[in-house]
Design a protein around this ligand. Structure first.
Ligand code: UDP
Ligand code: MG
Length: 136
């Protein structure tokens, strides 16, 4: 079964800083995900905390929010067949050490903190995350 979905992707500060945004966007296009919307922004630590609030009880929460707000990020709406799962497949495992060859996190991730990309994990979260960054 395949259905057309939209998902939120973020190119995190470590990847934007290393000028990897173009390469990462090309990879999505190659993999048949359409970039419907894209913008480069920097968010505050408060906004990062709101975005990542599902993780607020985790030991890494503080560090995660400081990190996501530490520099420019590129946020995108991706669309395609099974876009949510496809994006997560293209990204690879959370820890770059465990990510499959050829995935974005294997190619570009530095550590579990600086793992270069974010992708929504469900239809419900994709809706929430898209409207968090693109209010229209
Ligand atoms: N993270 C971390 N330490 C951990 C687990 C996660 O720093 O032990 C960070 C990591 O950057 C990850 C983000 O928190 O991308 C969100 O975690 P999640 O489990 O949702 O992973 P993802 O969905 O990004 O693969
Ligand atoms: Mg997640």
């Amino acid at each position: 079964m395949s259905s057309v979905e939209q998902t939120l992707s973020i190119i995190k500060p470590d990847a934007v800083e290393r000028n990897l945004a173009d390469k990462i966007q090309k990879k999505f296009i190659q993999e048949k995900l359409k970039i419907l919307k894209t913008k480069k922004i920097q968010i505050s630590k408060e906004e990062a905390s709101e975005f990542y609030k599902v993780h607020q009880t985790k030991p890494f929460f503080e560090r995660l929010c400081s990190y996501l707000s530490s520099g420019p990020i590129v946020v995108m709406v991706l669309e395609g067949n099974n876009a949510i799962a496809e994006n997560r497949r293209i990204m690879g495992a959370t820890d770059p050490n465990n990510a499959e060859e050829g995935t974005l996190r294997k190619l570009y991730g530095i550590s579990i903190d600086k793992n270069s990309v974010h992708g929504s994990d469900s239809v419900e979260n994709a809706k929430k995350e898209i409207s968090f960054f693109f209010k229209d």
